[in-house]
Design a protein around this ligand. Structure first.
Ligand code: ACO
Length: 428
């Protein structure tokens, strides 16, 4: 089926704009020719703009669907693991047994950081935020692997992709260890990806730590759920930075910096803070009423999403993971989880939330799982960054190899002064 053209009537002129049809989702009006006609579109925040074409991730916010390369997130979270998910995001297809073994082995060969990087860590204050450290260390890797700057070379791109995926857990775990004043724990290559990360966080030289398979699996699922989410702010940042053929480590550092912002990563920590402040199920009504009162400036944390106007499919998976983790740890009566369940039930039956299509998002339950895994809130965004690295790399590579690649160069609606003559300071 062909898509109809759109016609733009402006200043007595009629401009025909083709529409493009993707494999799923709404048609997209192709405005590329407008610039040559002297017009630009104005869309701050990209509310109505597709910034690229991509075959990696699909979201239908009205129906609450999330697909990685066509596979529903529920099926991937149930049947796959994070490294296989990364393989899928990068390559477009699921690996066979040999391909999976080879991929896992390659990742495990790159987990150590260059020894000189220890000096970089030691330059930070002990109370440095883990995200500040991650942005710096990931960016600094460009200095350790200068050949990675040759982004036209497919082999170099591939090595950088593996290095990033493999080293980011070590970078994140060490930023936490440095905060705590504990020695860095080296990665164990025989361990699974999430298992190894928990080990590097919680083991010390004098005490071993072996995470239970249920807990490692829960963290792996958090990684899967956060691995990609199409053209969100941090992914768009990675693409924007990479569009100039910048070094990939610098691009991922840029994405990490963007994710750090409270409007992007970090809402799960706010959910925990809100539940802790609430303190008891008896106060849920009070908080729901505050969230509905526009003058309060308060919002129910973990509710609502720019794209999902239905249940965030990741939230339902996270809720189930909460049950599994708390069960494993014998925390059946976890008060925060009980409050979260009740709050979800009350909000979903409330007219305000129904009318505004405000449903729990992935952050609503993920903080409870991370807390149960012994991970402090200061590390929540770092874990998001670790997982999203898989998607950032896939999107970066897709952009680099896309035919007709162009540097990203948005235009603007200028609102400053018109031409005027400079006046020397003595005459002002
Ligand atoms: N509690 C109460 N009211 C809300 C909430 C909420 N959590 N979220 C949105 N609303 C209301 C707004 O007040 C607004 O009402 P109005 O139309 O009467 O003015 C309406 O719903 C639409 O809200 P917007 O802010 O315009 O929606 P937007 O798509 O820009 O924002 C966002 C989405 C930022 C996620 C918002 O829902 C929010 O602040 N939620 C709480 C924070 C949160 O959970 N963030 C995590 C997002 S998921 C992620 O980043 C992985």
């Amino acid at each position: 089926m062909t898509s109809p053209n759109a016609t733009l009537q402006i200043g007595g002129q009629s401009i025909e704009l083709p529409t493009l049809r993707g494999s799923l989702g709404p048609d997209v009006i192709d405005t590329r020719a407008l610039g040559s006609q002297g017009y630009f579109t104005y869309d701050p925040g990209f509310l109505s703009t597709a910034s690229c074409s991509s075959s990696i991730t699909y979201i239908d916010g009205d129906q609450g669907l999330l697909y990685y390369r066509g596979y529903p997130i529920e099926q991937i979270a149930e049947g796959s693991d994070f490294l296989e998910t990364a393989y899928l995001l990068w390559n477009g297809e699921l690996p066979n047994v040999e391909q999976k073994q080879e991929f896992d082995a390659l990742v495990s060969q790159h987990t150590m950081l260059h020894d000189q990087m220890l000096s970089l860590y030691k330059g930070f204050r002990r109370d440095a935020h883990p995200m500040a450290v991650m942005v710096s260390i990931i960016g600094a890797m460009a200095a350790f692997y200068p050949e990675s700057g040759d982004v036209a070379d497919a082999k170099q791109r591939e090595i950088s992709m593996f290095r990033l995926l493999a080293k980011v857990p070590t970078v994140a775990a060490w930023s936490y260890k440095y905060n705590k004043g504990e020695p860095f724990i080296y990665p164990q290559n025989h361990m699974g990806y999430a298992e190894n990360f928990l080990y590097m966080l919680h083991a010390t030289p004098c005490e071993d730590y072996q995470p239970s398979p249920v807990l490692a699996r829960a963290l792996d699922r958090i990684f899967i759920l956060h691995a990609d989410h199409e053209q969100n702010a941090s992914t768009s940042t990675v693409r924007m930075a990479g569009s100039s053929y910048a070094n990939p480590f610098a691009c991922i550092a840029a994405g990490t910096a963007c994710l750090w912002g409270p409007l992007h990563g970090g809402a799960n920590a706010s959910v925990l803070a809100m539940l802790a402040e609430m303190g008891d199920v008896s106060r849920i009504g009070e908080y729901v009423n505050r969230a509905k009162d526009k003058t309060s400036g308060f919002r129910l944390m973990g509710f609502g999403h720019r794209v999902y106007k239905n249940m965030d499919p990741r939230a339902a998976i996270m809720r189930q993971t909460c049950y599994e983790v708390l069960d494993e740890l014998g925390l059946h009566d976890d008060p925060l989880f009980k409050m979260a369940l009740k709050l979800e039930q009350i909000a979903l039956e409330d007219d305000y939330f129904i009318k505004k299509k405000l449903y729990p998002n992935v952050d609503f339950y993920s903080g409870i799982v991370l807390r149960a895994l012994g991970i402090p809130t200061s590390m929540f965004t770092a874990i998001f960054a670790l997982a999203r690295t898989a998607g950032w790399i896939a999107q970066w590579n897709e952009m680099i190899v896309s035919p007709g690649h162009k540097i990203a160069r948005p235009r603007q609606l200028y609102t400053g002064p018109q031409r005027r003559d400079f006046v020397p300071v003595s005459a002002r």
